[in-house]
Design a protein around this ligand. Structure first.
Ligand SMILES: [Zn+2]
Length: 95
């Protein structure tokens, strides 16, 4: 999937208003370099949305683990993981 560059908004902030350095992420409310708050409502809204999506993804993964443990119990999960290790031919697992 590729988007034409022309769709990128000119108002989109990718540099810090304080130190003028390029931001490393767009999910942080603060500059990665100097810690200044990015004073732009659009940027803040987008950063909050990005964090929300990331949190939901992590929660979905966590829920699948919880469901598996509820069905098989934690011992069943560990046993299955152990079988996977043996299938890989690793008898000397550090655990
Ligand atoms: Zn900065």
């Amino acid at each position: 999937m590729s988007e034409p560059e022309s769709t990128e908004s000119a108002a989109e902030i990718v540099t810090c208003p304080e130190c003028k350095r390029r931001l490393l992420t767009r999910t942080s409310m603060l500059c990665n370099w100097c810690g200044a708050k990015i004073n732009d409502p659009e940027y803040q809204a987008r950063a909050a949305q990005n964090r929300l999506e990331r949190d939901q993804q992590e929660r979905t993964e966590l829920e699948s683990v919880i469901q598996e443990e509820a069905q098989h119990g934690i011992l069943g999960r560990l046993r299955r993981l152990g079988k996977q290790n043996k299938a890989n031919g690793r008898s000397d697992t550090p655990l």
